[in-house]
Design a protein around this ligand. Structure first.
Ligand SMILES: [Zn+2]
Length: 300
């Protein structure tokens, strides 16, 4: 082989080796990661703080078509939040925060279940008083404690959808929002055979287009008009009771929790519950489930 050709081949070979090494060492920046990271949800206006898993956002797409799809699928840059009262007027029957004011009925609702620390105690008290309530289930918690979900169902309570990982709905794309609902319903269905129609957004926080999607797909979004504020600073049973009595009236939907975040105590809720039930009954209220209060179907 001529000397010139051998030299050329050697150079080519070393170039190929360098290329292979560089490719191996490069960070996989273009790979869209679906890995989850643990974050704490800050306490906002309502509902409890739970440790949630948030999806790591994929890096922005550069190609024109993908970019267009991304835009279409995202909440508007200035996501227009509408007050609950306005949502209720705009989407009657699709977004609700109370029942009829003309009947002396109220509904107890418990969010962030199942939680082995608190859900069994709440269920025990309800069973003792023969009261049926509505429980809003978080999908990833249900996966961890399926027996508790079955217990809620078997004791005659209603199960609703409270997202998969307690996400803040107004910060999600339409696709992410729908995934939160559908994934949770799948988990609940696998465990209990039930596919809930009632949705309660974490923190009661949502966008009008999410109400529209719910309406088009046979869901009812249900917030509340009475906040026990049991999510706030581990209140005593007295504080829980006075928070409830502040805005209670016929048709009220009462927000409480039967599951909590790290460091959160719901002992005030547990202690207040028998007192609340007895006080409501003394005042002549009937305690009913949300489907009964709202005249809505619970499941598909
Ligand atoms: Zn919640």
């Amino acid at each position: 082989m001529p000397k010139q050709t051998t030299k050329y081949l050697r150079r080519l070979l070393s170039l190929m080796v360098i290329c292979a090494v560089v490719t191996t060492l490069l960070p996989a920046s273009s790979i869209h990661s679906n890995e989850t990271i643990d974050v704490f949800v800050p306490q906002q206006t309502n509902d409890t703080t739970v440790k949630k898993k948030a999806k790591k956002q994929p890096s922005p797409n550069r190609s024109g078509k993908q970019n267009e799809n991304r835009k279409k699928n995202q909440p508007p840059k200035r996501a227009v939040k509408v007050s609950w009262v306005k949502l209720q007027q705009q989407y009657p029957g699709a977004f609700m925060m109370s029942g009829s004011r003309s009947q002396k009925k109220v509904a107890l609702t418990f969010d962030d279940v199942p939680d082995p620390r608190y859900t069994p105690a709440v269920l025990d008290i309800l069973a003792k008083h023969h009261i049926r309530a509505t429980f809003f289930v978080v999908g990833d918690r249900a996966s961890k404690h399926p027996a508790l979900v079955r217990r809620i169902k078997n004791e005659g309570h209603i199960i609703g959808n409270h997202s998969y990982n307690h996400a803040i709905f107004s910060k999600l794309t339409n696709a992410q929002f729908q995934k939160q609902i559908l994934q949770t319903n799948r988990v609940i269905k696998n465990i209990s055979g039930l596919s809930p129609r009632l949705i309660r957004p974490p923190y009661g926080d949502l966008l009008p287009q999410q109400v529209v999607w719910g309406k088009q797909n046979g869901y009812t979004i249900v917030n509340w008009d009475v906040d026990s504020e049991d999510w706030k600073k581990n209140p005593s049973s007295d504080v829980v009771m006075s928070n409830i009595n502040r805005t209670l009236q016929p048709g009220s939907i009462i927000l409480q929790h039967a599951g909590g975040g790290v460091g959160q105590s719901l002992s005030g809720t547990i202690e207040a519950l028998p007192i609340l039930i007895e006080e409501l009954q003394e005042k002549g209220y009937e305690l009913v489930t949300l489907p009964e209060l709202l005249g809505k179907r619970a499941y598909r």
